[in-house]
Write a protein that binds this ligand. Structure first.
Ligand SMILES: Nc1ncnc2c1ncn2[C@@H]1O[C@H](COP(=O)(O)OP(=O)(O)OP(=O)(O)O)[C@@H](O)[C@H]1O
Length: 900
């Protein structure tokens, strides 16, 4: 879903939509929350300070003494609170400034000339801003494309520049903020735990130790909250920056016709309405489902709901294995204490129990793994089915803005990336959560002070994980989008392999493919670096915690306030917590990656089409009268280009209506609207007096047959292609339809007849053969309304005459309404009504004779041009014939002269 930056001077630029009020509100409440958090934090420090002065009767203090005194003075905490808030505010200001600039420069980049990197015409000069081609200039003698050096090539960013681009600077500032918060947190934690209270100390009848615990807990939590809130304030500033910039552009550029301003929308996500690859329905762009780790988890659980029995079994085993693994460290500690006390009997009993619990844990683990693996496989299958349905039911407008490669990438890469963690994620998450909570509880039971001290590192670890996850999710979303683009570049090149070979553009295609895979790889490497960084910081914090445990635990053991065995048990539980946390973190990391893929999968699964094929009144019979009333239409990808402008047309039941006009006049668009591939922007289409939008589309399509401009074949047999979508058919009808379409004879000449396989998109057939099969496919259904969009365009004169004969026969049978788009005079002259379209308007209509009577009419000109072409061809042919006759005469003369 790569956002194409820049604009073509020919097309308008959509500045996107913003809601400044929303952005302002978000920033205000985040700042307010930050203020509240700071007040609570400050109140905690003040309370500790008061305790010292109430109980210790200490009247004077200096910061320096207080900083070094961990046991009897907490007065420095107030000063530190102030220092911290000053530091954080400064950093938040700098971060916000950088975020603001980043948002503005991103928007500005959209208005810069487009990079030629992706352009298929790379290396070619575009005359007058347009690619000159034979058709546009009316003559193929014009030079098509003049090869020249591309001067405006945009230099790609180096890895260094990318790392230190706007967002990275902002991230660096946020990282420093985090480090400062963490340092403060560790200091406050140590200070709170080590502070010594006398037994008699109480405050409001609460024991001082309890107060101490609460204060420490809140202080640590609040410091962490401050850091994460600041990140959000910076983020809100980015949104504000974008909103204000866009608004200023709107004011500046409102007179510029290139700038099309979209207003009245609330959502930032609907940025660019013509964005390639955006999720859109018939009525416009849609928001993608926002998937974060939590919602991903919820969706994964929903998907796995069908596997309730297997899951119940898995959870049962999980509970048992977790419970027995939780008991193990306490036995290990007890065994050590028995060794120190030389209690042999108890020692033997506990060793035996340890073995039993270890065996049980292993067994339950194995069953749990098996159950979750099976659930994972089934979820993958369900997801693939859901996504395929999600794709196939989307509005045609969606397919106008995407590529098949991109969609197949979603069906393969994204679905497996999304489903992969389900295999083990639920199980790992639960098992480790149990270990974590159990470990926490056991640690607190052994020594709450030691636990509090060790856990001061926990909050920063959580914070860093959360920050990394958010960052990585966005990065991975982009990475998957790039992979999808690579996929689409590859499938496009493979699909057009003959053109690629004919133009020898293998290298260009390879460059295009490589540019995407390379960008995706760079993002992956960036993610790997950040992951390594996050893991390293977390490991350091973890090691710091172990040092704290040994230091303070050692002090407790030396003061006889804790046994050595308990310290070991504590350490084992701490290790368990550490292991569980690491696993949870790796689950969260894969959740993050999976959430990126899930966003791309679930957006499609959740998006319902704007044109519901199953809604509306069911049609069992159609007479076939068609009426177009004041029809206006423009395609979403080119909203500024009106394709139809107030077209009024009536085709009576059983009539043949030919749509003619210059190329690009909107003829095929009318056929698309009749099939309801799109809904008109304004006006309506009536079928037998019913608004097409009120009818059940599925049932309407049963009475309509379409032969499109580009015949579409499936990679199966001719028989399957002709009977496509029919559950019942008779062999006689099939052959009759094929004969009507002049296809039977050539099919029977194939050794395998109707069983002949046609290859992908029918590549093993000629264009004319494909067209005739498409006509047979339509005829077999015997529809009431026939839509022929240049159905005879790929046929040679002889086949065209035969198909025309078949169509005439069909018309002769009567009872069918036919709308045909044709360029050839022979196809349209017998129509009951000829509608001439020019630049989206219906300029003339009537029979062939009526229209010819109108001197200087558009139709008359079209006919005259075609007759001119035909006579030119005849003249050329007769000249060639004369030349050939002269040559033959010459040869005859020469041979007669040579005769004796
Ligand atoms: N999916 C689309 N998205 C955006 N613009 C489109 C789309 N399909 C067609 N157009 C544009 O709409 C205009 C009308 O196209 P349409 O295919 O209806 O013309 P036509 O009269 O059938 O031409 P032709 O005789 O060459 O087939 C053209 O300018 C074309 O570029």
């Amino acid at each position: 879903m790569g956002k194409k930056s820049g604009y073509n001077p020919e097309t308008p630029v959509f500045l996107g939509t913003t809601n400044i009020n929303l952005a302002r509100k978000q920033r205000a409440w985040r700042l307010a929350l930050f203020g509240i958090v700071f007040c609570i934090d400050f109140a905690s420090a003040l309370t500790l300070f008061s305790i010292v002065h109430l109980w210790r009767e200490k009247s004077e203090f200096t910061i320096w003494d207080s900083l070094r005194d961990f046991y009897s003075d907490t007065s420095d905490l107030i000063a530190l609170s102030f220092i911290r808030i000053l530091c954080l505010s400064g950093l938040a200001y700098v971060g916000s400034l950088l975020a603001w600039r980043e948002a503005v420069s991103k928007e500005e980049a959209k208005l810069k000339p487009k990079s030629k990197k992706d352009d298929h015409s790379k290396g070619f000069f575009q005359a007058n801003g347009k690619v000159r081609n034979g058709e546009a200039n009316g003559s193929i003698k014009e030079p098509l494309l003049v090869k020249t050096e591309v001067k405006t090539e945009v230099k790609p960013l180096t890895a260094y520049e990318e790392w230190f681009s706007g967002s990275s600077k902002k991230d660096a500032v946020l990282f420093v903020t985090f480090l400062i918060c963490t340092a403060f947190q560790a200091y406050v934690g140590a200070k709170c735990v080590c502070f010594y209270f006398d037994e008699k100390h109480t405050m409001f009848n609460v024991r001082a130790e309890v107060l101490q615990g609460v204060l420490m807990g809140t202080t640590v939590v609040w410091i962490n909250a401050e850091s994460s809130l600041l990140t959000r304030v910076v983020d809100a500033n980015r949104v504000m920056g974008r909103a204000l910039y866009l608004n200023s552009r709107r004011r500046l550029d409102s007179q510029d016709p290139r700038i099309a301003v979209v207003t009245n929308s609330v959502n930032l996500a609907n940025g660019d309405v013509t964005e390639e690859g955006a999720l859109r329905g018939d009525k416009g762009a849609k928001n993608e489902t926002d998937v974060d780790q939590n919602s991903y988890l919820m969706r994964a659980i929903q998907l796995a709901r069908g596997e309730a029995y297997l899951l119940a079994c898995a959870f049962f085993c999980l509970g048992l294995s977790s419970a027995s693994s939780l008991i193990l460290p306490s036995y290990q500690g007890r065994i050590l204490d028995h060794v120190i006390q030389r209690a042999i009997g108890l020692f033997r009993r506990d060793v035996l129990l340890l073995i039993v619990f270890s065996l049980l844990t292993g067994l339950f683990e194995a069953v749990r793994n098996l159950c979750f693996a099976v659930v994972g496989k089934r979820v993958l299958k369900t997801l693939q089915d859901k996504l395929f349905i999600g794709i196939i039911i989307q509005d045609i407008a969606y397919f106008d803005g995407t590529t098949s490669g991109e969609l197949t990438s979603r069906l393969t890469n994204d679905v497996s990336s999304m489903a992969e963690p389900v295999n083990w994620m639920l199980s790992a998450l639960l098992r480790n959560s149990i270990s974590l909570i159990g470990g926490f509880t056991m640690c607190f039971i052994i020594s709450w002070k030691l636990s509090m001290l060790a856990f001061t590192t926990m909050a920063p670890i959580m914070h860093i994980t959360a920050v990394y996850s958010r960052w990585s999710r966005e990065l991975n979303r982009k990475r998957y989008a790039l992979l999808a683009e690579a996929n689409s570049a590859a499938s496009e090149a493979i699909g057009n392999i003959r053109t690629v070979r004919a133009f020898s553009t293998e290298d260009t295609e390879l460059d295009r493919f490589k540019s995407k895979t390379c960008a995706a790889m760079q993002k992956g490497v960036r993610d790997a670096f950040a992951y390594a960084g996050a893991v390293a910081v977390n490991d350091w914090l973890d090691l710091g915690a172990s040092v704290l445990i040994l230091w303070y635990g050692g002090v407790l053991v030396m003061n006889d306030r804790l046994s050595a065995g308990k310290l070991i048990t504590f350490q084992l539980y701490w290790n368990q917590i550490q292991g569980a946390y690491q696993s949870i973190m790796s689950v969260l990391m894969s959740l993050t990656r999976a959430a990126g893929a899930a966003q791309r999968v679930l957006s499609l699964v959740d998006a319902l089409p704007d044109i519901d094929r199953n809604a509306g009144t069911h049609v069992s019979k159609l007479d076939g009268e068609i009426r177009l009333e004041e029809l206006y239409f423009s395609y979403q990808m080119r909203p500024q280009h009106p394709v139809l402008q107030g077209v009024n047309l009536t085709v009576s039941e059983g009539d043949v209506c030919a749509l003619v006009g210059r190329s690009g006049g909107g003829k095929s668009t009318i056929v698309h609207l009749l099939m309801r591939f799109y809904d008109p922007t304004k006006g309506r289409i009536l079928l037998d007096g019913w608004d097409l939008r009120d009818l059940n589309l599925k049932s309407v399509h049963q009475h309509m047959g379409l032969v499109a401009q580009e015949t579409q074949m499936f990679a199966c047999s001719i028989l399957e292609n002709i009977t496509y979508g029919l559950s019942k058919w008779r062999q006689e009808d099939l052959e009759e339809a094929a004969r009507y379409a002049n296809a039977h004879d050539f099919i029977m000449k194939f050794p395998e007849g109707y069983a002949t396989r046609v290859g992908e998109r029918g590549v093993r057939l000629s264009g004319g053969q494909r067209q005739r099969i498409a006509i047979a496919r339509m005829l077999l259904r015997r529809p009431k309304i026939l839509l022929l969009d240049e159905a005879t365009s790929s046929l040679d004169t002889e086949s065209e005459a035969l198909v025309q004969q078949a169509l005439d026969r069909l018309i002769g049978e009567g009872g069918r309404t036919i709308v045909l788009v044709a360029h050839r005079l022979s196809t349209v002259r017998n129509a009951d009504n000829i509608a001439v379209l020019d630049k989206g308007s219906l300029v003339e209509q009537g029979t062939h004779e009526e229209l010819l009577l109108k001197k200087s009419g558009v139709y008359e000109k079209l006919v005259r041009r075609q007759l001119h072409k035909v006579s030119n061809r005849i003249m050329e042919d007769s000249e060639e014939l004369d030349a050939a006759a002269d040559t033959i005469d010459g040869l005859i003369d020469e041979t007669s002269d040579e005769k004796p």
